[in-house]
Design a protein around this ligand. Structure first.
Ligand code: KIV
Ligand code: NA
Length: 263
């Protein structure tokens, strides 16, 4: 296949070809996921939980993300690589830029940051300086203390209106992609229909332009409580290759996420 690019993702969205994204933290899994046709590999700060064993994503550092990004980049050939900017690394535009540079140099083609209105100057600053940005709205795990836990977001009409306004604003500020986490499926559809950039859902319904899962959840190896939006794709499969291929097929034919995975 051709290398995945930002314009390529835009055309997938226009053609209704669902985009597949998985978190990835090392070279061997990067090579496998790339071979199975996953379009985007995300070095998520979820690595703080699934790799490092922390209770949240908050302890993760830029050095941690850079290390895993370099590993993923060495295993990957065609997928687009997105690296999470960890908690505390993008509070101001200048700090965000200085912290994004080592991630891009490690092989990321885009960085992801969590938040809405307060991030608009950061998104503008990065994208004007040739660093593509993926925004992340809804359940933003770096805000766990303010949210009071990992809960579904955008349930009241005021919260839904704010999320819709922030989606349009991050797009206008220059974001190329938007991750929507744990929001009602109807809101995921409304946001997706209102934007020109692709949306990638995790617990945001089947109408997003694509889907993302944490690889450990997809493989059924994470010991914690299973979130509603998680599906163990190892069930019924005899290899990791087959599980990842089944995930790609299920996102493409829109059998995942099903109503049982949605809010
Ligand atoms: O860190 C992560 O794995 C993420 C995805 C769940 C979107 O941000
Ligand atoms: Na993350």
């Amino acid at each position: 296949r051709k290398a995945v690019s930002i314009p390529g993702l835009m055309s997938m969205r226009e053609q209704g070809n669902k985009i597949t994204m998985l978190t990835c933290y090392d070279a061997s899994f990067a090579s496998l996921m790339d071979r199975c046709g996953v379009e985007i590999l995300l070095i998520g700060d979820s690595l703080g939980m699934v790799c490092q064993g922390h209770q949240s994503t908050l302890p993760v550092t830029i050095a941690d993300i850079a290390y895993h990004t370099a590993s993923v980049a060495r295993g990957n050939q065609k997928a687009l690589i997105v690296a999470d900017m960890p908690f505390g690394s993008y509070a101001t535009p200048e700090a965000a830029y200085n912290n994004a540079v080592p991630l891009i140099q490690a092989g990321a083609q885009m960085v992801k940051i969590e938040g809405g209105t307060w991030l608009l100057p950061v998104i503008k600053f990065l994208t004007e300086r040739a660093i593509p940005v993926c925004a992340h709205l809804g359940l933003t795990p770096q805000s766990v203390h303010q949210l009071g836990g990992y809960k579904v977001q955008g349930k009241t009409s005021a919260a839904a209106d704010l999320l819709k306004a922030e989606s349009l604003a991050v797009q206008a500020a220059g974001a190329s992609l938007l991750v929507l986490e744990a929001i009602p499926a109807a809101l995921g559809k409304e946001v997706t229909d209102s934007l020109t950039i692709p949306t990638i859902g995790i617990g945001a319904g089947a109408d997003c332009s694509g889907q993302v899962l944490v690889m450990h959840d997809l493989l059924g190896v994470f010991p914690g409580r299973k979130a509603r939006f998680v599906k163990n794709f190892m069930e019924g499969q005899t290899s990791i290759d087959a599980a990842v291929t089944a995930y790609v097929a299920a996102v493409k034919d829109q059998s995942f996420p099903g109503p049982e995975h949605c809010f």
